[in-house]
Design a protein around this ligand. Structure first.
Ligand SMILES: [Zn+2]
Length: 375
């Protein structure tokens, strides 16, 4: 764990060197640490220079929430628990970082991660579907990957539909219902019509990415030289074939699903009932959604406060309301037990209904994207 005092001083430095606009990051990650068993991550890569570390890649919050959830499945012997080993944990952690780093710049190219991020911040208003996933995930139309609205007019129903379509896609890839080498052009055979329409809108409209597959999507490994202010080279994804194992792809897809669930408990991303004072997140005893929030209506500095460790990270779950690790554990258990062959099942529809009645229940489907306490 990073000592809070160090974190605070680094955070204030962030705003001296790096002020993005319309960007979304969410709970922090630390890709320079690796899972090697037990409950802690171990520093295995050289920690990069301070200005890179401060840009939200410092506290392994997503990673630790993931370990907590996987351990709950294992400790409670929930169905599918026997599939959880160190290798699965490592790959699910890789997946929980994917939403923040869909081109796998990290941990090898931290400086390029940051420079691309800064460049995307500068041109946020011009980013469209032709841009790569890294640009779109943080600054444009794919902010549902972080349980946030992408623009100021978006309704809660719209944001939730996008989130649920991503959860459907990742659930079905992770459970094995969608084979990992399925070209995107054939996904309509596997997705519900609504999710298929949304997937098309975000990924394949106008003939884009039709030959991409889940295996390709989740193993992208790219780099791109950016020398600010203006030099900006082509994306180089020649290292993408690093990952071929079916299970690895499925586990990364599971991590990406968990990332969205986790971010939906970030108080700056989603305003949930019941209300409380203070700019921090809680993962226990939370209830239905008032608004999905949008970065465009928020103060970046305030938003960041809710993305460090949740205040109740080390407290036990509560009796009333939803607890992040329990909701996550239930999904993990469904996914892993759906993988079992020959009893192979697809219980996505049931999981989706549970989520819509549970953590993604909307108090007002027409509520417009908000700012929460982070204006
Ligand atoms: Zn996120």
């Amino acid at each position: 764990m990073i000592k809070p005092i160090i974190f605070i001083s680094l955070v204030s430095l962030t705003y001296l060197i790096f002020i993005p606009s319309g960007t979304v990051l969410a709970f922090d990650i630390n890709p320079f640490k690796e899972y090697q068993g037990g409950t802690e991550l171990v520093q295995t890569f050289e920690q990069p220079a301070a200005e890179i570390v401060v840009s939200s890649i410092i506290n392994p919050v997503h990673e630790e929430l993931t370990i907590k959830s996987l351990f709950l499945v294992r400790d409670r012997h929930m169905p599918g628990f026997d599939l959880i080993d160190d290798d699965l944990i490592k790959k699910v952690i890789r997946g929980v970082r994917w939403n923040d780093d869909p081109l796998n710049f990290l941990p090898d190219n931290p400086r390029q991660w940051l420079l691309n991020f800064e460049h995307a911040s500068k041109i946020a208003d011009r980013i469209n579907e032709n841009f790569d996933l890294f640009y779109r995930s943080h600054h444009a139309d794919l902010q549902f990957l972080h349980a946030m609205a992408s623009n100021e007019e978006e309704s809660a129903q719209f944001t939730r539909d996008a989130i649920m379509s991503w959860i459907e896609f990742t659930y079905k890839v992770s459970s094995g219902y969608i084979p990992i080498h399925t070209p995107f052009r054939q996904l309509q055979k596997f997705l519900t019509p609504k999710s298929n329409a949304l997937f098309k809108k975000y990924f394949t409209q106008q003939g884009r990415r039709l030959n991409w597959t889940p295996a390709y999507l989740f193993s992208l490994k790219c780099n791109r030289e950016v020398t600010l202010p203006s030099t900006f080279y082509e994306l180089d994804c020649s290292q993408t074939n690093w990952l071929v194992d079916k299970k690895d792809i499925q586990n990364i897809a599971l991590g990406s699903l968990l990332h969205v669930i986790q971010d939906s408990f970030s108080d700056s991303h989603v305003t949930r009932n019941p209300d409380y004072d203070g700019n921090y997140s809680l993962i226990h005893g939370r209830s239905a959604i008032q608004t999905f929030n949008t970065y465009k209506k928020q103060s970046i500095r305030l938003h960041r406060g809710a993305d460090s460790y949740p205040h109740d990270m080390d407290k036990p779950p509560m009796q009333n309301g939803f607890n992040l690790e329990e909701v996550s554990a239930e999904i993990i258990s469904y996914v892993l037990s759906d993988r079992a062959w020959p009893k192979h099942k697809n219980r996505h529809a049931m999981v989706s209904t549970k989520l819509k009645e549970g953590i993604f229940h909307l108090l007002d489907p027409n509520a417009v994207a908000g700012s929460g306490k982070y204006k």
